[in-house]
Structures are given as C-alpha cells and as structure tokens.
Design a protein around this ligand. Structure first.
Ligand code: ADP
Length: 473
C-alpha cells in the first residue's frame, strides 16, 4: 500500500478560498477508499486556530529557510480516514487572509521547508509527496537538491496544476529564503523573467505533473493557454497528464444537504421548486416558479467570464429571467454588479462576499448555472450545479468541456449547454436557446435535470486514475 502526502495552501474542511480546497478536502479520502494511505499538510492560518482549538500539538521543529531561522509547531487532526497536519508559524500565517501578502514568497518558502523538516517527526510515512499549485511548488526541488540526507531520496513527487495563471513568481531576492545555490537560478530551472517561479520549479522537479482535466492538459501546451510555461510543460512529455476532478458527493448531496430549505432526490425533484421559492424570498426576488432563475457563484475575475456577463447584462435581463450572483474579487466587477439590484428590482441580486451556506442554496434553488469562463482548468461549480439539477451553461474550455455534455434536442442526451468562442454574442445565442428549452420544452428540461443529477461526478473514477499514477512511479 502506498502512502500519499498532500501538501497544499488550503483544504476543506479547515480552510477554503476556491476549488483547490474542494479537491484537498475530498481526493485524499477517496484514495483511502482505493486502499491507499493519505494525509494532508496545510499552513495553520488564523481561521484554523480560531475554529479548531482542539488540534493536537505534535512536535516543535526548527526550520532553516535560507537566511530565515524560526521555530514551527506541528499540529495534527483527523478527518475520517485522513490525517491532517498543520504548520504553525504565527509570523507568517496568523493573518486574516490566505495569500496576497507582500511576503508571500518568504511565507511559502518557509512552509515548503517546514513540511520537509516535519517528515522525520510524524507518524505518517509517505511514499509520494503530492504538491499543489504555486504555494508548494518548491517542495520537489528542495527535497531533491537541498535536503541531502538519504532519507529524503526515497520520495516520489507528483505536482498538480490547479490553475496555471497563478505561478508564484517572485523577485530574485527571494532566493535568500532557500539554501539553494545560484546554480539553480543560473541554469534556468527556477528563473522566470528576472525573478524566480515556484510553479516552474514544481513542473521541472516533480516526477509527474498532473492537471485537473484532459482538455486543460492539452490547452496549456499552447501559447494561448500556456501562460508562458508551455515550453517547460512540453518537456514533461508523457509525464504530464490530465485527470478530471470529482466532488465530495456526501457533502454535496441535495438529498441530505442541511443548508437547503427542503431536500430532494433524483427521483423526486418537487422540493427543488421549494428551494427556488425560498431562495427568491430570502434574496428579495419576485417569488415565482415559472421564471428561469440563473445563478452564478464565483470569484469575480476576468477568467470566469465576468466581463462577458457585464457586457451583456442588459441583454440577459431583457429576457424573462431572474439573476442571482454570489461572489467577490475584482473591484471594478464588484462595483458594476452592485448596481444591478436598483436597475432590475426584484429580478436581479448581487451578494458581495464569500458565503458557503448561500452557495448551497443557490446551487439548489436556481434553474440554470452560468459559467462562461475564458479558461477553466477543471471547475468545481459546474459539477456541483449538475449534482443539484441546476443546468450549467458553460464555455467549451478545459474541464468545462470535459464534464458538461451539451443538450441534444433530437436524442435528448446531455447535461447542460455550451458555446465555443469567448464572445458575448455566442453566449447570448446559447442562452436564448436554453431559455427556449426551459419555457417551451418542459419534458426536455426535466430530462436535462435527471441526466445532470445522475451524472457520476464523484471521485471514484479519478481516484482510480491517481492510484494507477502513484503505482506506476
Ligand atoms: P476556482 O477557480 O475559484 O477554484 P472552481 O469552480 O474550481 O473555481 O471552485 C470554486 C469553488 O469555490 C466552488 O466550490 C464554489 O462553490 C466556491 N465559491 C466560489 N466563490 C464563492 C463564494 N463567493 N461563496 C461561496 N463559495 C464560493
């Protein structure tokens, strides 16, 4: 049996800012069902300290992160079959947010070192170290080049790119937070422009690189999607693979979800209507069954196609629809969206912020889920919305292309709607079609709901693929 240690900047149930946390909160558990051992290590942020006061103190370690020399306390906890470890260093992680600080390079250089320093002291003995996104990208190179003790040579490294846009690129001076010689900068392994890139190091030094859908794995080899890493990625050859994400189908289950006004199942979706009415009531929308309610839950960024939505907002609202948007992010987008309630009273609402419970109620209460991403490594939201019978309308990119099968009116197949080119008119064209199906082809819409809800969005298949990958190493 192989043991896999996931190293991540966030993970449910402890801390979440986006889809990475969903993956870390569910893939390790799914692997244990495949007979593997799994553990997770996270930074111990302020929110974790406040919300989980009973975590167990494991040990104190001394971490030398280049010129930085600090202590760190390792905590642990268990969630189902998965051990969680936490690196506590309050100078770095006792803050309100997770990332986006001026010293992020130093913070995560420290975290990467602390994870490796922790290994000899904990019960869990990994065979594979599975790092994720830029925050942990330096672990493979450190393990291979900085930690010279023989015990570090036995580990295999998998590195998963959840979003190539965020690369952890820092000024060259960040090299002072590593005990690596300048050789690794001068030979280009971690050099990117005139600074260093944590993600580039992860790609080069991991034995296997994965990303979260097959289409994204191909897209990132092109200059359009490669974020200037396409050549480095191409060099991985067959060691770059795409494995689509699943979701935690126990937590995301309309039949049992405690956040919903009423629960419903695939065989009896009547209560989905009650969820819709309760959502409309809660948000001040006109309470009505017979109007198409469109939902959006997202980071408000260009990546998620929010500019398409803003451009076409009046066209969208010219249709017989209601709109609810939950999200936070870009100031410009937030400010534009704040106007929609007064422009379209009782027809459109914007909840600015992060709200887990409301997100569940939107996934359940809406009819259509809009996700016109410019690019989408995998996307979790469309998987959740399908599970809740809320039909996704997506752009055909990355994981959206791999997971949402467009509705075919003639044979009745499909689980959503999709359009190809990132253009407002294309989105509107397919939205008009979805609206037509909703109002004039009720049996077709019911079929869509049934097919979306019964689609297997669990981790079962993908966990098996990860298992094969680990075992091939
Ligand atoms: P990302 O690129 O942000 O990781 P994903 O679709 O992969 O996009 O995952 C987003 C996850 O974060 C989903 O679980 C979604 O429900 C959640 N989420 C995004 N924004 C919010 C918000 N404002 N409030 C609650 N949950 C949110």
């Amino acid at each position: 049996m192989k043991n896999i240690l996931f190293v991540s900047g966030e993970g449910l149930p402890f801390i979440k800012s986006g889809g990475l946390a969903d993956v870390i909160g569910s893939l390790p558990e799914a692997l244990t069902k495949q007979g593997l051992g799994a553990a997770v290590v996270l930074p111990m942020y302020k929110k974790i300290i406040e919300k989980y006061p009973d975590l167990k103190e494991e040990c104190t370690i001394r971490v030398k992160s280049g010129i930085i020399d600090k202590q760190s306390v390792v905590y642990s906890g268990k969630v189902e079959n998965v051990d969680f470890y936490f690196i506590r260093q309050d100078d770095y992680f006792y803050r309100d947010g997770l990332y986006g600080y001026a010293d992020d390079g130093e913070r995560f250089a420290f975290f990467c070192h602390a994870v490796l320093d922790m290994l000899p002291h904990i019960k869990f003995k990994p065979d594979v170290i599975h790092t994720n996104d830029w925050h942990t990208g330096m672990v493979p190179i450190l393990c291979k080049q900085e930690y010279t003790d023989a015990s570090y040579k036995k580990y295999k490294h998998v590195y998963t790119i959840h979003n190539l846009l965020f690369q952890g690129n820092f000024p060259k001076e960040t090299m002072r937070c590593f005990n690596l010689s300048d050789h690794y900068y001068n030979n280009g392994d971690i050099k990117f422009d005139n600074g260093i890139s944590f993600m580039k190091a992860g790609i080069i030094y991991a034995d296997k690189v994965t990303t979260v859908s097959q289409t994204y794995a191909k897209e990132i080899l092109t200059s359009e999607y490669g974020e200037r890493m396409e050549k480095v990625l191409a060099e991985k050859g067959n060691n770059l693979v795409g494995i689509v994400n699943g979701i935690d189908v126990v937590n995301w289950n309309p039949a049992t979800d405690p956040a919903l006004y009423k629960n419903y199942t695939t065989t009896d979706i009547r209560n989905k209507k009650a969820c819709k009415r309760s959502l409309q009531y809660q948000l001040g929308l006109r309470v009505a069954d017979d109007v198409l309610l469109i939902g959006i839950v997202t980071r408000l960024t260009w990546q998620k196609g929010m500019h398409l939505i803003l451009d076409k907002l009046s066209n969208i609202m010219n249709q017989d629809v209601q709109l609810v948007i939950l999200g936070s992010g870009d100031n410009y987008i937030e400010n534009e969206l704040k106007k929609i309630e007064s422009t379209y009273p009782h027809r459109a609402v914007f909840y600015c912020g992060y709200n887990e419970e409301l997100s569940h109620r939107i996934y359940a209460g809406c009819d259509l889920f809009l996700m016109p991403s410019l690019f989408e490594p995998c996307g979790i939201s469309q998987l959740i919305s399908m599970r809740y019978g809320t039909i996704p309308l997506v752009r055909e990119t990355g994981g959206l292309k791999d997971t949402v099968k467009p509705f075919n009116e003639y044979d009745g197949t499909g689980t959503g709607f999709s359009f190809r080119y990132f253009k407002g008119d294309e989105m509107m064209h397919i939205l008009a079609y979805a609206i037509k199906v909703y109002y004039y082809n009720k049996p077709g819409w019911r079929k869509l709901i049934r097919q979306a809800m019964t689609l297997d969005v669990s981790w079962d298949n993908s966990a098996r693929e990860y298992k094969n990958l680990y075992e091939s190493m």
